[in-house]
Design a protein around this ligand. Structure first.
Ligand code: SF4
Length: 237
């Protein structure tokens, strides 16, 4: 996923659209669901451990760049024990093309060691255990709990933060407020997949600079007051 810059962690002034009603939230997500009935992460992974490593590497990096790095990294090490044996320098050799690689290499080896020391080499399926791992914050924990363990968590990245406020689905001044509003307002049976629907919608349609409202399947329910109703005219010649 282009892991665009993190959304604001602290409360700040954000231009907000009036909130959708709960019926509108369900209808909006229903439209996204019909367009993509089986959404999935664009990160390559094999199991909870490789997902955890891939998500930990994805901050400030695109999914494509992470997938390129993990394609060779996971050939050499796809378990905590193998990652610890590979060591920081060994991990760094595979991930130098992605942002913040030095810190990420240290964190991947340290979190692997902690999985061995405290969890018998398994990835814990609980927030406290995940967030205690080096380099793992609330967003990464939410992704792992959602994607690997099927929990109805909502990881708010920059795309979801923008959508929450722009569309009116879950306005909030910071990521935590948007996360809590989404969990409260999205029908429980849609919550798990909503994470993917919203990220993919923000990445490919409701883009940061210019939302492509003319081709948006959720436009009927979106409350954004400045919808773009036609694609930019092609340049002549
Ligand atoms: S109508 Fe436009 S602003 Fe609203 S969700 Fe669709 S792309 Fe985004």
């Amino acid at each position: 996923m282009p892991q665009a810059p993190h959304p604001p962690a602290k409360t700040k002034r954000v231009r907000r659209t009036p909130p959708m009603t709960r019926a509108e939230v369900a209808a909006f997500l229903g439209a996204l669901a019909r367009a993509n009935p089986a959404p999935r992460s664009e990160l390559d992974y094999r199991d909870p451990y490789t997902l955890l490593v891939a998500v930990a590497l994805s901050a400030q990096a695109t999914d494509a760049s992470v997938n390129k790095a993990t394609a060779t990294l996971f050939r050499e090490a796809d378990t905590p024990a193998a990652m610890v044996a590979l060591g920081v320098e060994g991990v760094a050799r595979h991930i130098r093309s992605i942002g913040l690689w030095q810190g990420k290499a240290r964190n991947v080896v340290a979190l692997s060691q902690q999985l061995l020391d405290r969890h018998g080499g398994a990835v814990p399926n609980d927030r406290d255990g995940l967030e205690a791992l080096p380099g793992v914050g609330r967003k990464t924990a939410n992704v792992v709990m959602n994607v690997a363990f099927g929990e109805a968590t909502m990881a708010v990245d920059t795309h979801i933060f923008r959508l929450g406020n722009r569309t009116g689905i879950a306005p909030g001044a910071n990521v935590r407020q948007v996360e809590e509003a989404l969990v409260r307002r999205i029908p429980p049976d849609m919550l798990r997949d909503a994470h993917h629907w919203l990220i993919l919608h923000g990445r490919y349609v409701c883009k940061a600079r210019a939302p492509e409202c003319w081709r948006c399947v959720g436009a009927e329910w979106c409350r954004y007051p400045a919808k773009v109703t036609a694609p930019p005219a092609r340049r002549a010649g």
